[in-house]
Write a protein that binds this ligand. Sequence first.
Ligand SMILES: [Zn+2]
Length: 176
Amino acid sequence: MTDEEKRKQACKDQLEYLIAKKKIIKSNPHVCHYCKRNLSKNEITIDHLVPLSRGGASVESNLVICCPECNHEKNDMTEQEYIAFKNKSAIIPKRHYHYDELLNLQEIKIPMSYARSCVKKNKLQKVSSYYNRHGELDEPIMVKSHADKLLLDGYVRFVVAKNQMVSTVPVVYVYD
Ligand SMILES: [Zn+2]
């Protein structure tokens, strides 16, 4: 195909896509194909069941109404792959950590190298002596939940709390 032919084909594809899109929006309920959420007019996006990058075409049979969140998350997955992905993430329970549970997490091992390293050792001593003086931690433990990972800021405080067998620790939760 020459460049001119390619350009013409692209224009034709785009036009066909726009016609198909208009038709789909007009003749289907404005509900996300994946999460079944009702969508307002400006929330409507169009998803390719088989993505263009995977060989899908911009034809009516390959297009569905989709919310922006699902569309973004689906990315270049096919319909089947995305449904499987969604089901899988539904089974993984979202954990909400509370301070007592956090302190009882037995699987968190404190490596000796951590406690021995100079910077961490100084920090540990600082937080420990603060705790001994005031009976509380100098700062709350920050827990950041990101996807299914848990990011802990304040590991030193966590270590001190464990060592001192503190029953309650202020924890700040940050969700993104
Ligand atoms: Zn959705």
